[in-house]
Write a protein that binds this ligand. Structure first.
Ligand code: AMP
Length: 155
C-alpha cells in the first residue's frame, strides 16, 4: 500500500468535515471536538477557501481580546491550502508534511475533494507497510524457495 488513494480507501470514514468562512471559531472547534479531528476545511459554494486546525486555535487563545464566539473562521484560517492527489505516494505526502510543517492534507482529484489525511494516518500506514515487509522477509529467510513441500506451503 503505497499511495494516498489506498490509504483513503482503508480509512473508516471518508467524510470531510467542512465549515463556511463566516461561521464562528467556536462552531469550528466544537465540530472538531465532536468529530475527534484536528482540522476542518473551510468551504464556500463548493470552493475551498482555507483550512483551520487545532494549531490555529492554540495561537488564537494565546492572543487576548477576542472570543471564539464572535470571531469568524475566516480571520484564523490559512488561505493557501496545500493538497495532494490520490496518486501521491505515502513518502511524498510525508515529505510535504515535513517540509511545509503541516499535519493535514486534503486529497483532490479533478477539482473534487476526495478526503483528508493526517500525519497520524500516514505514519500508521507506513508502520503497516513495514510490518508487511518484515513478515515477507521473515518468511523468505525461513524458506527462500517455496515449493509443494516448503514450510510456507505447509503453513
Ligand atoms: P497543523 O500542523 O496541520 O495543525 O497545521 C499547522 C498550520 O498549518 C496551521 O496554521 C494550519 O492552518 C496550517 N495548515 C495545516 N494543514 C494545511 C494545509 N494542508 N495547507 C495549508 N495550510 C495548512
Amino acid at each position: 500500500m503505497n499511495s494516498i488513494k489506498e490509504l483513503l480507501d482503508a480509512k473508516e470514514s471518508d467524510t470531510v468535515q467542512t465549515i463556511e468562512p463566516q461561521e464562528t471559531v467556536l462552531t469550528a472547534v466544537t465540530r472538531m471536538m465532536e468529530n475527534n479531528i484536528g482540522a476542518i476545511l473551510v468551504v464556500q459554494d463548493k470552493v475551498i477557501k482555507g483550512i483551520l486546525t487545532e494549531r490555529d486555535y492554540l495561537r488564537f487563545v494565546s492572543e487576548r481580546g477576542r472570543t471564539a464566539r464572535e470571531t469568524p473562521v475566516n480571520d484564523l484560517m490559512t488561505q493557501r491550502v496545500v493538497y495532494v492527489t490520490p496518486d501521491t505516494s505515502m513518502d511524498e505526502a510525508m515529505g510535504i508534511m515535513t517540509k511545509q510543517r503541516v499535519r493535514h492534507l486534503p486529497v483532490m482529484y479533478e477539482g473534487r475533494l476526495m478526503g483528508i489525511v493526517s500525519i497520524g494516518d500516514v505514519v500508521k500506514q507506513i508502520g503497516r507497510n513495514q510490518e508487511t515487509k518484515i513478515r515477507f522477509l521473515e518468511d523468505y529467510i525461513a524458506d527462500p524457495y517455496p515449493g509443494p513441500n516448503s514450510n510456507q506451503a505447509k503453513g
